[in-house]
Design a protein around this ligand. Structure first.
Ligand SMILES: Nc1ncnc2c1ncn2[C@@H]1O[C@H](COP(=O)(O)OP(=O)(O)OP(=O)(O)O)[C@@H](O)[C@H]1O
Length: 494
């Protein structure tokens, strides 16, 4: 087999053609399985190619558009969508996630009878198919699934049974599901979890339940080990679903389930928030002032959906509301060109997860080595993940485990017009480049609200008491599942 043939022929898998040729066996025989008289299954470059004359008949009678591509009798199933394959009782079954609509996949199967003399060949072929389907990702993940029936508009349970469970089953994951009955329950469940029995805890909820899971794991005596071993996965069912937008690039429960099934364990920076005697872990964002108020003080406008945040923001913007406070920051990178360079370097950094936790070199005043830092400039908003709401990418240069928090500052005295333009720039993904937007990578900060009896502080979207607090980042302390293993799905600043 020549190189030219391997690249010209879509049915040839370039990853194995040379290897097969070297062994003197015919690649075509190994990559293509003839299943029955009228069907064949081929391991293509990035898809399983199914040629089946029965499709033609089926399509004529059942035109439901479930197939992503292919001709009348040929279908291509991306390896990413292949969930499992097995040979049992002389029947080959392939489980895959079939495109049911633009934003939804559903578990589907293909079944073919296999003759006795084919068994060995088929078993070898299945191993190759599953290698392509999972790559570096762990197969048959073991999941604890937590469903908050009150998330968002109350559809989490319905979506769990419709979208999540069938895909987990099809991928041969072992799992058990618990419906949370009240706030805080997920903290206790995670605190008591048998971490040897599970690979991930999946939250079918908004960002709130994920926050509880990180905090439950963080309360354990073996917190560091538990947070490194157990990946927290998010199936978006709430009103704030920033976690799945960042890590899976989707707000769809079924697509996020598929992303979790195929996800790579990725260390995640977590932030310790200390307020008085309490210590909370934050994985997503901390906000005070206009951002916190636009979210937390608009609960009564939930019927507006995501628009309530924009509405709340505009009202306060037009009223020129200010939020006085003293802020001290430990800055690590303070100019946009250097941040862009830093982001670019991370994009091509493929070092293993084990290298992405903790700091190799501790500075005297490193925020991760001591309990606090107190120098720097006054900010207005903070965060570690790129998205704070589905379509609000404030933190374009955020990275899952660079050991920094991303801080955005906007002067309080800018004109209303400039502020409105900034808001539109967030929606257009151009916020990072707006001249009046200060963007910094920081290690820690402290905030002391001034001249206000009461107000709003939000940690990962949840309200905490209106009192001074301090934050420090711990590089790669937590674990999540992501598509790339090292980046968020949001478009970066380059
Ligand atoms: N059964 C329950 N009843 C009421 N609250 C619950 C229940 N289970 C969990 N909670 C709480 O609901 C909070 C918010 O949930 P979640 O983030 O899943 O949904 P959400 O609709 O996105 O909410 P929010 O908009 O407040 O972020 C969680 O922090 C959790 O403490």
């Amino acid at each position: 087999m020549t190189t030219t043939m391997a690249t010209d022929n879509p049915f040839v898998d370039p990853a194995t053609s040379f290897e097969e040729a070297g062994r003197g066996s015919s690649f075509a025989i190994d990559a293509t399985l003839a299943v029955g008289r009228n069907a064949s299954l081929t391991l293509g470059t990035d898809s399983l190619i199914v040629l089946d004359e029965a499709f033609e008949k089926r399509d004529r009678t059942n035109c439901c558009g479930l197939w992503p591509s292919g001709t009348a009798n040929t279908r291509a199933i991306p390896f990413y969508n292949v969930l499992w394959a097995e040979l049992k009782d002389s029947e080959l079954t392939i489980h895959y996630a079939s495109l049911a609509s633009k934003t939804r996949v559903a578990a589907a199967t293909l079944k073919y009878p296999i003759e006795y003399q084919m068994v060995e060949l088929v078993n070898k072929w299945i191993i190759r198919l599953l290698d392509r389907a999972y790559g570096q990702s762990q197969k048959k993940k073991r999941a604890k699934v937590l469903v908050n029936p009150h998330s968002g508009k109350g559809s989490a349970e319905k979506w769990y049974y419709r979208d999540v469970e069938p895909l987990l089953k099809a991928a041969q994951c072992t799992f058990d599901m618990v419906k949370t009955r009240h706030g805080g329950e997920a903290v206790g469940i995670s605190e008591r979890l048998d971490i040897e029995a599970y690979d991930m805890v999946a939250a079918c909820s908004g960002d709130g339940l994920a926050h509880e899971i990180f905090n439950g794991l963080g309360k354990r005596p073996d917190a560091k080990k538990a947070l490194a071993k157990i990946a927290v996965a998010h199936i978006p069912c709430g009103s704030g679903n920033a976690m799945s937008c960042n890590l899976s690039g989707t707000g769809s429960p079924s697509l996020a389930t598929l992303a979790s099934i195929k996800g790579l364990p990725t260390p995640l920076d977590l932030i310790s928030i200390t307020q008085g005697e309490t210590r909370t872990l934050s994985f997503l964002s901390q906000s005070v002032g206009i951002v916190a108020e636009s979210d937390l003080a608009t609960e009564h406008l939930r019927w507006m959906g995501q628009q309530r945040f924009t509405y709340g923001f505009l009202i306060r913007l037009l009223g020129k509301t200010v939020y006085p406070c003293d802020i001290a920051i430990k800055v690590a990178i303070d100019d946009k060109p250097s941040i862009r360079e830093h982001y670019k370097k991370e994009k091509t950094n493929f070092e293993p997860a084990s290298e992405r936790r903790g700091y190799k070199y501790l500075l005297d005043d490193d925020a991760s080595a001591t309990s606090g830092n107190e120098e720097g400039l006054p900010p207005l908003r903070y965060g570690t993940m790129a998205y704070m709401a589905t379509d609000a990418n404030f933190f374009a240069a955020a990275l899952p485990n660079d050991g920094y928090m991303d801080l955005v500052c906007v002067n309080g005295d800018i004109s209303r017009l400039a502020a409105m333009n900034m808001m539109f720039a967030v929606e257009n993904g151009k916020f990072f480049d707006v001249p009046g937007v200060w963007y910094r990578k920081i290690l820690g900060y402290r905030i002391i609200p001034k001249d206000q009896d009461d107000g709003y502080i939000s940690i990962d979207g949840e309200r905490v008491p209106f009192a001074p607090f301090q934050a420090e980042v711990h590089r790669g302390l937590g674990t999540v599942l992501s598509k790339s293993g090292h980046m968020y799905e949001a478009k970066g600043p380059i």
